[in-house]
Design a protein around this ligand. Structure first.
Ligand SMILES: NC(=O)c1ccc[n+]([C@@H]2O[C@H](COP(=O)([O-])OP(=O)(O)OC[C@H]3O[C@@H](n4cnc5c(N)ncnc54)[C@H](OP(=O)(O)O)[C@@H]3O)[C@@H](O)[C@H]2O)c1
Length: 315
């Protein structure tokens, strides 16, 4: 594992962060409780000290798996927990909720779920257009003063929204989507990095498409996140992604490494990213993904991949 400073927070975090949306158990493949909790333990065994979660990941379930596992292992203090507010999961739907009273309540619930009395990194999950930014960010400031959260940040905000939010509460962390199949936020990420924010990017494996596990177009249930959240599981992006995968296949064969490690390696090479969030619900995948730290893509391989990504991104 490699470690780095998480922007101005000064916290030392692993370059890979465990994502727990899938572990929450809604909208992804189904695993047993044992597998989900063992996945969290596997991450720690591999040197990951950074876990990303949210109350929206199945209405607190993901946080509960994290809380229970860390409690059993007595490992709370060794782990940097990032969780979120302002986005609820109600009856299978995600609902923005940026009001102050809601956030103050949500934070107490997260602390309970996580079996802890502090949250290292607390992010506004999505901006709420119906609530003034000042109200949302003031709530985070209050939580900071109370010692319930140590650092504040945002996810899925535009630059303007971040600048506005920063007027009311210092933004120390930023969580956008970024991967070989989604570079839309790159400019904004570079800007956030230049502001010394800790940058943790999500969807590193493109929700799994960059692992090579999905080679045929498939119809998912309406509430499956491969259907509703990640657009490259549908046409016209699916076919383009398959072309990109054929380039990754060649490198995979030459280097004898799995596709997932190529996608992770490509992301880890970006100096403007502090930690790449990677989701999995099983030990074997987490252990395999962490082998990415044993090797590096060459400059020539990066060029080949970047060219293929350019082609993928062209309309
Ligand atoms: N802030 C936000 O709005 C936001 C949005 C999306 C995600 N996130 C965060 O980022 C995390 C990561 O994103 P994500 O989970 O959506 O996508 P991801 O990490 O790109 O991909 C996760 C998928 O890849 C599969 N996978 C992982 N390693 C694999 C391997 N070696 N071989 C084959 N398949 C593999 C997982 O399978 P299994 O689960 O079956 O093991 C899962 O289906 C989330 O868990 C969450 O913490 C945040």
């Amino acid at each position: 594992m490699k470690y780095t400073k998480f922007g101005k927070t000064g916290i030392e975090v692993s370059k890979m962060c465990l994502g727990t949306w899938g572990i929450g158990g809604a909208g992804w493949d189904n695993y047993s409780d044992e597998s989900r909790m063992d996945a969290i333990k596997a991450a720690l065994d591999c040197g990951i000290n950074f876990i990303d979660t949210a109350p929206a990941y199945n209405a607190g379930k993901a946080e509960q798996y994290v809380g229970e596992t860390l409690h059993k292992l007595g490992a709370r203090k060794e782990v940097v927990i990032s969780t979120k507010c302002g986005n609820e999961f109600i009856d299978g739907k995600y609902v923005r909720c940026g009001s102050a009273d809601k956030i103050l309540r949500e934070c107490d619930e997260s602390l309970q779920n996580l079996k802890t009395d502090y949250i290292d990194v607390y992010l506004v999950h999505w901006p709420d257009p119906n609530v003034a930014m000042e109200e949302t960010m003031d709530a985070l400031n209050q939580l900071k003063k109370q010692g319930k959260i140590l650092h504040a940040g945002v996810s899925n905000f535009t630059k303007e929204q971040m600048e506005e939010a920063n007027k009311y509460c210092e933004i120390e962390a930023y969580q956008p989507q970024f991967s070989m199949v989604d570079r839309e936020n790159e400019e904004l990420i570079r800007w956030a990095h230049a502001q010394d924010m800790g940058v943790m990017t999500y969807g590193t494996l493109g929700g799994g498409i960059l692992t090579g596990k999905y080679r045929k177009l498939k119809t998912y249930e309406a509430n499956d996140n491969r259907n509703r959240f990640y657009p490259y599981f549908r046409e016209p992006l699916f076919s383009k992604a398959m072309k990109l995968l054929s380039v990754m296949d060649k490198i995979s064969k030459e280097r004898n490494v799995p596709l997932a490690q190529i996608a992770l390696n490509w992301t880890l090479k970006k100096e403007f990213i502090s930690s790449c969030i990677t989701g999995s619900q099983s030990r074997d995948k987490i252990e395999a993904n962490c082998k990415v730290f044993d090797w590096e893509l060459s400059a020539e391989e990066m060029q080949i991949l970047d060219k293929a990504i350019e082609e993928y991104s062209r309309a």
